[in-house]
Design a protein around this ligand. Structure first.
Ligand SMILES: Nc1nc2c(ncn2[C@@H]2O[C@H](COP(=O)(O)OP(=O)(O)OP(=O)(O)O)[C@@H](O)[C@H]2O)c(=O)[nH]1
Ligand SMILES: [Mg+2]
Length: 324
């Protein structure tokens, strides 16, 4: 098994897309050895730029990602794309749409595309997506783009791990800009108003500006607003310029490193929480859980002591558990 991994890592690093797919599947499915694989890959990661793109269903995210990929490929950049399927009923259409649109790049080995199913994962989606991004990063790609539908906390968590976050809006949302998930608005480094071939783009822009005038960001950056018609490739060069401008800003103020450290603070806490939960769950059968719940409901047992007990045994090394 160890030998197999070494070979997978080697061919993945050499740019073999099949090795990359295999590694991603192991990590995504939490197949045996997934963490060993990530341990081996992590030292090779950290070089790719991670670009998160989020927006309402149908806002044109995939079309934009596609156009950006085309743009960056002309500069000889290699690209990985992660399309996180929405957990909403839009899924079917999104997957199909992505497949058809992204077939354009099918022959280009410089663009690697991966769809990720959410499968109602227990809050682990952000973690898995981050791990998949690490795998692609370690494979030596220059740029990783992550597309998510901006509807929930999961998606906010996902784009938060990006170096740069682009929020895509469209005209005709009216006052929805105000009501769109506040969290999504706060994470935008760059706003894109897509579908500017439709009426109302200026209205959306005014709304964003009005909102920006109310709050300043901790890093002092005022998110730029770029207007695009993704389906016609209009505004893509401007978007790339805006992305570069934000990157330059991050560099001058040494903010990129601070942001990465800040993100890792959050990710570490989440990883610890997940790992402890996994271990706690492993010791608790459904039957036990039911019994405990019944005892607690009848006030024959208090939940506080029980949780303390479970958490303590969960962190004990296996050897000491055998002695219990
Ligand atoms: N009129 C117009 N249509 C656009 C534009 N950009 C994308 N579209 C169309 O909008 C539809 C949705 O585009 P997608 O790129 O699939 O949008 P998405 O945000 O990825 O959608 P989901 O992944 O399903 O949330 C497609 O039919 C696109 O051709 C644009 O600038 N103008
Ligand atoms: Mg899409």
């Amino acid at each position: 098994l160890a030998y197999d991994f070494a070979r997978t890592v080697e061919s993945l690093r050499a740019g073999d897309p099949r090795a990359l797919s295999r590694a991603i599947s192991i990590v995504e499915n939490r197949a045996p050895g997934w963490s060993d694989l990530l341990k081996a890959l992590f030292p090779h990661a950290g070089h790719a730029r991670i670009l998160g793109l989020t927006g309402a269903p149908g806002a044109g995210k995939s079309t934009l990602v596609d156009q950006l990929a085309r743009h960056y490929r002309k500069q000889q950049n290699t690209i990985g794309i992660i399309a996180v399927d929405p957990s909403s009923p839009y899924t079917g259409g999104a997957i199909l749409g992505d497949r058809i649109r992204m077939q354009n790049h099918h022959a280009d080995a410089g663009i690697y595309i991966r769809s990720m199913a959410t499968r109602g994962s227990l809050g682990g989606l952000a973690r898995t997506t981050a791990d998949v991004a690490t795998v692609i990063d370690a494979s030596g790609r220059d740029l990783v783009m992550i597309e998510t539908v901006g509807v929930g906390q999961d998606e906010i968590d996902i784009v938060r791990l990006a170096d740069i976050t682009v929020v895509i809006l469209v005209p005709g949302m009216g006052d929805d800009v105000q009501t769109i998930k506040a969290g999504i608005m706060e994470i935008a480094d760059i706003f894109v108003i897509n579908k500017c071939d439709r009426d109302g783009a200026d209205h959306v822009e005014r709304e964003i500006r009005a909102m920006q005038s109310l709050a300043t960001r901790a890093d002092g950056w005022t998110p730029s607003i770029v207007k695009t018609v993704a389906s016609e490739g209009r505004g893509i060069a401007e978007l790339a310029t805006a992305i570069a401008a934000y990157e330059a800003y991050l560099k001058t103020a040494n903010l990129a490193e601070k942001r990465t450290i800040h993100n890792w603070q959050q990710r570490l806490i989440e990883m610890i929480r997940d790992a402890m939960l996994d271990r706690a769950r492993a010791q608790l059968t459904g039957q036990q859980l039911e019994t405990y719940a019944a005892e607690i409901a009848a006030h024959r047992r208090d939940p506080y002591s029980l949780v303390e007990e479970i958490v303590t045994t969960a962190v004990l090394p296996p050897a000491s558990k055998n002695n219990l």
